[in-house]
Design a protein around this ligand. Structure first.
Ligand SMILES: Cc1cc2nc3c(=O)[nH]c(=O)nc-3n(C[C@H](O)[C@H](O)[C@H](O)COP(=O)(O)OP(=O)(O)OC[C@H]3O[C@@H](n4cnc5c(N)ncnc54)[C@H](O)[C@@H]3O)c2cc1C
Length: 373
C-alpha cells in the first residue's frame, strides 16, 4: 500500500492529525493497534477539561484559543456533541500564584472571565465548601470535552475526506526502501514519504531511544454519587480545578445524571509500559474519597466507579512535536497529562510541519533537541 503520509496511533493527537492532513488533500493512511475510540488510550474516561485562562502561563493561551475554534469546527463538521461550554472554576486560596497567573492570562488575552470571592462562591456554587480566604476565577471559554466521541468524530471527518484507516494493526517496525519509509504491521506494509508517530504511552516501544527522558505515569479517575444530582448538571456546576491545603482536585459536571467525576493528580510512580498500570488499593481510594468529600460535602463518600489510565510525560511537561527532516518522521507525543484540550491544535501544527507551512503556534521548546536527555 502507498500513501503520502502515515499516521501511527489514532488516539487524541493522531486522530486530529489525520483529520488535518486529510483536509489538506493529502493521501493519508491512519494505523491504529486497537479499534477507534478504544478504552485503553490516554483519552479514555468519559470527559476531559478544557480551559482557556490557564495558570500554566500565558504562552499556552493562543494555542488554546485556536484549539477551541477547532473543537467547535469538529462539532459542526461531525454533527456530534463533543463539548459542553459550561465554564471552568479555578479555586484556590487568595494570594496564591495559580489564581494570579490565570487572571493575568485572562486579562492579557481579553478572555471572558469573572473573579469570585468566598461569598460569591457560596451564593453561586454551594456545591463547593469554601473558606473565607478562598477565591476563584470563572473562565467562560472552558468546559468539558467528550474524548471517545471526539476521537471517533475526527477519524470519521478524515475518512470523509479520503483518509484510509487500518484498525487492529500494530506498527511493529519502520524500514527505509528506495528513499521511502515503510511502515510495518504483522499483515501490511505501507510505503510513504512521511510518518506521524502519535503513539502516546506506547511511543517507547517504537522509539526505545527516547526512554532516557520520557516516562509513563499512571493517572486515576474516580466518580462519586452526589446526594442531590440536580446540583451537578452542566448548567449549574462548571468543571473545576482546586488547589488548597496541599490537595489538587479537579472534576466535571455529571454526564450521566447520577455520578460526578472528581479526581486528583498522579499518586503513583512511573511504570515501564501501559500494561503495567497499578490497581487501586483501598487506602488510595480512601485518601481520594476523603479529599473529595472534604471539598464537595454533597458527595457520598464512596467512589461509585474508578479506573486507572496512563500518559507519557516529558521533563517540564513540554510535549514532543518535532519533524526530523532527514528521516521524514514527525514525533507528536508526550502531552504530559494535559494534552487532550490541545489535541486539535497539535494535529494542525503537525499537518503544517508535514506540509512545510509555518505555524506560529509551534514552539522550539517542543523540539527533540530542546528536551534534556
Ligand atoms: C486520567 C487522565 C485525565 C486527564 N485529564 C485531562 C484533562 O482534563 N484535560 C486535558 O487536556 N488533558 C487531560 N489528560 C491528558 C490527555 O488525555 C493526554 O495528554 C492525551 O490523551 C494524550 O494523547 P496521545 O495522542 O498522546 O495518546 P493516546 O490518546 O493514548 O493515543 C495514542 C494512540 O496510539 C495507538 N498506538 C500506540 N502504539 C501503536 C502502534 N505501535 N501501532 C498502532 N497504534 C498504536 C494507541 O492504541 C492509541 O490509540 C488526562 C489524561 C489522563 C490519563
Amino acid at each position: 500500500m502507498d500513501a503520502d503520509v502515515v499516521v501511527i496511533g489514532l488516539g487524541s493527537a493522531g486522530s486530529m492529525a489525520l483529520w488535518q492532513l486529510a483536509k489538506r488533500g493529502l493521501d493519508v493512511v491512519g494505523v491504529e493497534q486497537f479499534g477507534i475510540g478504544h478504552a485503553r488510550g490516554s483519552y479514555a474516561g468519559d470527559s476531559r477539561l478544557f480551559r482557556s485562562a490557564v495558570h500554566e502561563g500565558p504562552r499556552y493561551v493562543p494555542r488554546l484559543r485556536r484549539a477551541r475554534e477547532l473543537w467547535l469546527e469538529l462539532e459542526r463538521d461531525s454533527g456530534r456533541h463533543l463539548y459542553d461550554e459550561c465554564g471552568a472554576l479555578q479555586i484556590g486560596t487568595a494570594g496564591t500564584g495559580g489564581i494570579a497567573k490565570s487572571v493575568a492570562s485572562a486579562q492579557q488575552f481579553d478572555l471572558p472571565h469573572e473573579v469570585l470571592d468566598a461569598w460569591d462562591l457560596r451564593a453561586r456554587y454551594p456545591q463547593h465548601r469554601v473558606d473565607d480566604d478562598t477565591v476563584a476565577v470563572l473562565d467562560h471559554h472552558a468546559g468539558s470535552l467528550y474524548p471517545e466521541a471526539s476521537v471517533l468524530a475526527a477519524v470519521a471527518a478524515a475518512e470523509a475526506r479520503g483518509a484510509r484507516v487500518l484498525t487492529n494493526a500494530e506498527v511493529i517496525d519502520f524500514d527505509e526502501r528506495g528513499g521511502r519509509l515503510e511502515i510495518v504491521t504483522p499483515e501490511v506494509r505501507v510505503s510513504c514519504e512521511k510518518v506521524v508517530v502519535a503513539t502516546g504511552s506506547w511511543t517507547l516501544r517504537l522509539r526505545p531511544d527516547l526512554k532516557g527522558f520520557l516516562q509513563i505515569l499512571p493517572l486515576s479517575l474516580t466518580w462519586f454519587m452526589p446526594r442531590h444530582p440536580e446540583l451537578f448538571t452542566a448548567d449549574r456546576f462548571p468543571v473545576f480545578i482546586r488547589d488548597e491545603d496541599g490537595v489538587h482536585l479537579y472534576g466535571t459536571p455529571s454526564h450521566d445524571s447520577y455520578s460526578v467525576k472528581v479526581a486528583t493528580e498522579p499518586l503513583w510512580p512511573a511504570i515501564g509500559s501501559p500494561d503495567d498500570v497499578p490497581a487501586f488499593s483501598r487506602a488510595d481510594l480512601r485518601r481520594i474519597t476523603a479529599w473529595a468529600a472534604e471539598f464537595i460535602p454533597d458527595l457520598n463518600p464512596e467512589p461509585v466507579r474508578y479506573s486507572m489510565h496512563h500518559d507519557l510525560f516529558a521533563p517540564g511537561d513540554l510535549p514532543l512535536v518535532d519533524l526530523d527532516e532527514d528521516t521524514g518522521m514527525l514525533l507528536l507525543t508526550a502531552f504530559s497529562g494535559r494534552g487532550f484540550k490541545f489535541a486539535p491544535v497539535f494535529g494542525e501544527i503537525a499537518a503544517d510541519l508535514i506540509t512545510g507551512v509555518r505555524n506560529e503556534l509551534w514552539d522550539s521548546g517542543f523540539a527533540l533537541s530542546s528536551h534534556p536527555r
